[in-house]
Design a protein around this ligand. Structure first.
Ligand SMILES: Cc1ncc(COP(=O)(O)O)c(C=O)c1O
Length: 398
């Protein structure tokens, strides 16, 4: 199946990642992959289209049953199908959860740098953001992140209602350990916070480590947690717009359902996405089993390449997903040339014709980083790296 991931797919015309860059720029920015989705998903979509009706569709019991079983078998986490609620994507869910758990004037705490819609969700609801910066260690060209638990707890105020957790963490690539999650959960319970755990990257762990849903730690944690998951990163389906929340507190679930059915705050999921998600979870495992070694090899190729050929650039070795985080602080690229206001990177965009994501949009601690998406063919990755190396070389920055 490796061949599947090595085969280039022309995505132009159907992809923000490719359509927003000129033809000579290699796009390694937005977080989707350049691969075809699993064949069973494509087949299920064809069958669903052939059925020919596309009316409103709010739910799929078979999908909820499949997900309940998946939580049990993968994580030993017991949920029932009624704990699952479908939403048209997790960015919507982040906004809705802030609304659900807080009120105007309350605050939401999160670790930064973080996936940028986390930063906007509280603001969209008249709430404030408390940014607790992750601890960063740089040694021998490698960057490693940990949690400053004392600073995290110290930043919580009486107005704080919610902790937005990203696990695995975009963009720093950490998959939080049981000990780290237990300590975070203990702090949140002590301060009576809700936890919203965005686990969209949970199926893309690149090493031996297992993903741990924070809600699976104990019934007490589960009662305060809204877990967000989706097939979109796992099976490369984000354009279909299906995510789900798992909520084991009946009151909270009722409130969330009310936001859709009574307040009409967001639309239901697109009907095609249910069929795609069901096929992905039921029949996509062989594809996923082939994807993970491919991504792992891309990561290892990237890390080795940067260490060897761009010695002034440091980077994370992501434990999960296909996003690497590159530190340009000692690269010699003048800071004015590192960023292009409101767009991609001036330096790598202009000089290498490679689009990476600017770090500062990820909040405090995001500058002077760039995020590089290695969910692409190995050939594309190597071409982009060679262009970046050559650009640094031309400017005597190696
Ligand atoms: C942590 C995280 N949450 C949510 C999303 C997007 O979710 P959706 O496409 O379901 O809105 C992403 C996409 O990159 C992400 O990294």
């Amino acid at each position: 199946m490796t061949q599947l991931f090595d085969t280039p797919v022309d995505r132009r015309g159907y992809s923000i990642k490719w359509d927003l860059v000129p033809p000579d720029v290699l796009p390694l920015w937005v977080a989707d992959m350049d691969f075809r989705s699993p064949e069973p998903v494509i087949r299920a979509l064809r069958d669903r289209v052939a059925q020919g009706t596309f009316g409103y569709h709010f739910d799929s019991l078979p999908l909820r049953e499949t997900l309940a079983e998946r939580m049990q078998t993968r994580y030993g986490w017991q949920i029932v199908p009624g704990d699952v609620f479908f939403m048209p994507g997790l960015v919507v869910a982040l906004n809705v959860v802030c609304r659900l758990t807080g009120e105007p004037g309350s605050s939401v705490i999160m670790h930064t740098p973080v996936y940028h819609p986390f930063l906007g969700a509280p603001l969209n609801n008249g709430q404030t953001v408390i940014s607790s910066e992750l601890l960063r260690r740089r040694a021998n060209g490698s960057i490693h992140y940990t949690i400053d638990f004392d600073a995290f707890e110290g930043a919580i105020t009486p107005q704080t209602r919610l902790f937005l957790l990203c696990n695995p963490h975009n963009p720093v690539g950490r998959s939080w350990t049981r000990a780290e999650l237990e300590r975070l959960a203990e702090i949140c319970l002590r301060h009576n916070l809700y936890i919203c755990s965005d686990e969209i990257h949970c199926d893309l762990l690149l090493d031996e480590q297992a993903h741990i849903p924070i809600a699976s730690l104990s019934p007490e944690v589960a009662a305060r947690t809204i877990t967000l998951m989706a097939p979109s990163k796992t099976f490369n389906l984000p354009g279909l717009g299906l995510g789900f929340a798992i909520i084991q507190d009946a009151e909270l679930m009722k409130k969330l359902q009310g936001l859709l059915f009574t307040q009409h705050l967001f639309p239901p999921v697109n009907t095609l996405a249910y069929s795609a998600a069901l096929a992905a979870y039921r029949e996509g495992q062989a594809w996923l089993d082939a994807l993970l070694p491919y991504l792992r090899a891309n990561r290892d190729t990237l890390v080795a390449y940067v260490h060897q050929h761009m010695p002034r650039v440091a980077l994370t070795c992501p434990e999960a997903t296909y996003l690497a985080w590159l530190d340009l602080s000692e690269s010699g690229i003048p800071s004015s040339a590192q960023m292009m206001p409101g767009s991609s990177q001036t330096f790598f965009w202009n000089e290498a014709r490679v689009a990476v994501q600017e770090g500062r949009i990820f909040g405090q601690g995001g500058e002077p980083f760039v995020r590089l998406n290695f969910g692409c063919t190995r050939a594309t990755l190597l071409e982009a790296l060679e262009r970046m190396r050559a650009a640094l070389d031309r400017h005597n920055l190696l």
